[in-house]
Design a binder for this molecule. Structure first.
Ligand code: GDP
Length: 296
């Protein structure tokens, strides 16, 4: 791909042989290429700006080691900084709560919330040996409730019924009650999403959060989402104390710049990535690998 950062930089690098340091005068062209590569990977513009400033600060005046050229050194700094930013605080799901540990799933419609809820159920059952209950608070789409029922069964978890005539907070209370009485370790709560940010829905999920007091509030976001990921992330961060991110559809052909945007805007760690439509398509997020992909 023409956008490959390392290809572009290596051209610049050739013009810089014999320079031992990254300096204000030789760094500008390289940073322009870094900026382009990030924008082509769909990292949001303000996030790119911040990132480039950080990289510049780290790079300036750095002694270039051994046979490295300033260009190669800068590529190293960029990928390290990308991986460090995206990989900060990566950890498995926190279940340190009086059972049932409640996990609230938030995100836009189509982001992959329902699928990811079932993937997480499967992960918690198989890897953490937990007894898992799921429930849907999506009272606007009966099909979504049915979808959760189906995938929950596939995951080997139990599903708590809900119906469109109920209020989400009432569903939440009933599900917690049931989970307590039947000794479930974890309650996964799927929620309604919209195609765009919707104030009423944000108010509703805030209310749900207050009732559920979840130990994890996970923001589910599509890796294919482009520049707009930043607005979605801002809106969810303002509404909820997010504890983690799950980046779905990393098997798609986008370069996944949304990861950097969302990580930077929310401050929450990216815990997992979705790697297929199937329920075993969930992996612990690998920041280094994802950095390589963003750089092309
Ligand atoms: P929701 O509206 O947020 O609950 O989204 P869904 O769970 O219904 O997912 C929307 C679509 O994305 C479905 O067709 C899923 O199969 C698909 N999907 C979810 N996660 C992934 C993933 O990691 N990879 C791929 N390829 N598809 C996914």
């Amino acid at each position: 791909m023409a956008s490959a950062l390392t290809d572009k930089l290596s051209r610049l690098v050739k013009e810089m042989r014999g320079q031992a340091r990254i300096t204000e005068s030789n760094v500008q062209d390289m940073l322009r290429e870094v900026r382009m590569a990030l924008l082509e990977a769909d990292v949001a513009l303000p996030v790119v700006r911040d990132f480039v400033v950080r990289v510049k600060e780290k790079a300036l005046g750095q002694e270039v080691m051994g046979s490295l050229s300033p260009g190669q050194a800068l590529v190293g700094i960029v990928s390290k900084e990308l991986a460090a930013t995206m990989g900060e605080g990566v950890s498995d799901i926190n279940l340190a709560a009086q059972p049932p540990a409640v996990i609230l799933m938030a995100g836009l419609q189509g982001a992959g919330k329902t699928t990811t809820t079932a993937k997480l159920a499967k992960h918690l059952i198989e890897k953490r040996k937990k007894k898992v209950l799921t429930v849907s608070g999506d009272v606007y789409r009966p099909a979504a409730i049915e979808q959760l029922k189906t995938v929950t069964a596939q995951a080997g978890a139990e599903w708590f019924p809900s119906t469109p005539d109920q209020k989400p907070v009432d569903i939440a209370r009933a599900a917690i009650d049931y989970a307590r009485k039947h000794f479930f370790d974890v309650l996964l709560v799927d929620t309604a999403g919209r195609l765009a940010i919707d104030e009423a829905l944000m108010a509703e999920i805030k209310e749900l959060h207050a009732v559920l007091n979840p130990v994890e509030t996970l923001f589910v976001v599509d890796a294919m989402q482009g520049q707009d990921a930043i607005n979605t992330a801002k809106a969810f961060k303002e509404a909820l104390p997010l504890t983690g991110i799950i980046l779905t559809k990393t098997d798609g052909d986008s370069r996944g710049g949304a990861a950097l945007s969302v990580r930077q805007i929310t401050g929450a760690p990216i815990k997992f990535s979705g790697t297929s439509e199937k329920l075993d398509g969930l992996e612990v997020f690998d920041a280094e690998r994802h950095a390589g992909r963003i750089l092309g």
